[in-house]
Design a binder for this molecule. Structure first.
Ligand code: ADP
Ligand code: F6P
Length: 324
């Protein structure tokens, strides 16, 4: 039997992440180097269902490795959550000669990829999300750029916070996960880091700590709050009322998803994108590319989605120990 794949598709889905363009470029260039044709699908599964499909060649991905966002655009698509939507998607792939598909996105996008694989389209997921919340992998494309963007922004808030001797709550993204908050909290030397995996809602403890540190002469008090906890504005009002210290909330928001990808994001995206094509070239399907234990590996999609990961306890403990 001839398992040779002649044509593959590539799409980006869910929230965009810096480095997605580098991954698209790697998919296209690796496929061409293996003698495959590539079709780019715009706007994720939504674009697939609308047949927004275009031929891509080596030149079509020139000059994008350094750009944030995704040149294929991205979207969320409710129709693809239905069986009819998934069957329509598989049928459209077949009609366009797409025998293999690379899906760059997060857990939700991999669920969709698993459905397409069940329907006979060889599908591989590549982890692209700033949240670092995909359990099977130690790294997700976009995280490094996002934490560096947030870190620089928090440094700036710290300057004005110190000048006014204020308390500042800075809310960072991460959906239900606290990785961005933990990394920035440590890298910015924050006085407190609130993450959904560990925060018990004890605001009085937080207030006592602010009052004690103020007594010891601290000019500012920086709290990095994860979006999974949220409510930064109302928290700021309560802290100000309880401590008498002026408190401001800053929500960094979507700026964390944009910007020039760092070297790390370009590097991981390039290797992971190429690796996905190599899996398709070997006739594999229903896999997620991952970085684990210092190397690039792959997992069955269902097994990957069933895995759990948690904030490393030692790192969280140290984040508290470094505050004086
Ligand atoms: P992410 O991939 O970043 O986790 P989402 O969770 O929003 O982002 O998922 C992106 C898209 O993947 C959804 O809009 C939907 O089209 C598709 N998707 C998510 N979950 C499923 C599912 N259970 N079955 C099929 N498709 C899904
Ligand atoms: O998954 C990436 C992410 O930026 C999360 O951190 C955040 O919760 C979500 O996407 C925001 O989504 P939207 O762009 O739809 O507001």
């Amino acid at each position: 039997m001839n398992n040779q794949i002649n044509t593959i598709g590539v799409l980006t889905s869910g929230g965009d992440a810096p480095g997605m363009n580098a991954a698209i470029r790697a998919v296209v260039r690796r496929a061409i180097s293996r003698g495959m044709k590539v079709k780019g699908i715009k706007r994720g599964y939504a674009g697939l269902l609308k047949e927004e499909i275009m031929d891509m060649d080596g030149k079509s991905v020139s000059d994008i490795i350094q750009r944030g966002g995704t040149v294929l655009y991205t979207a969320r698509c409710m129709e693809f959550m239905t069986e009819e939507g998934q069957q329509k998607g598989a049928e459209i792939c077949r009609r366009h000669g797409i025998e293999g598909l690379v899906v760059i996105g997060g857990d939700g996008s991999f669920r969709g990829a698993g459905k397409l694989a069940e329907l006979g389209i060889n599908t591989i997921g590549v982890p692209g999300t700033i949240d670092l919340d995909i359990a099977c992998t130690d790294y997700t494309i976009g995280f490094d750029t996002a934490v560096n963007t947030a870190m620089e922004a928090i440094d700036k808030v710290r300057d004005t916070s110190t000048s006014h001797e204020r308390c500042s709550i800075i809310e960072v993204m991460g959906r239900h996960a606290g990785y961005i908050a933990l990394w920035c909290g440590i890298a910015n030397g924050a006085e407190d880091i609130l993450i959904p995996e560990r925060y018990d809602g004890n605001e009085q403890e937080l207030i006592n700590s602010i009052i004690n540190q103020k007594k010891r002469g601290k000019a500012h008090y920086i709290i990095v709050n994860a979006e999974g906890i949220g409510h930064s504005a109302s928290m700021a009002r309560r802290i100000e009322a309880a401590t008498g210290i002026e408190t401001r909330a800053t929500i960094l928001g979507h700026m964390q998803r944009g910007g020039t990808p760092t070297c790390k994001d370009r590097y991981f995206a390039s290797i992971m994108g190429a690796y996905a094509v190599d899996l398709l070239g070997e006739g594999k399907s229903n896999r997620v590319v991952a970085y684990k234990g210092g190397g690039f590996v792959d997992f069955d999609i269902a097994e990957a989605l069933a895995m759990k990961k948690d904030i490393p306890e030692y790192e969280f403990m140290i984040s508290k120990a470094l505050v004086r």
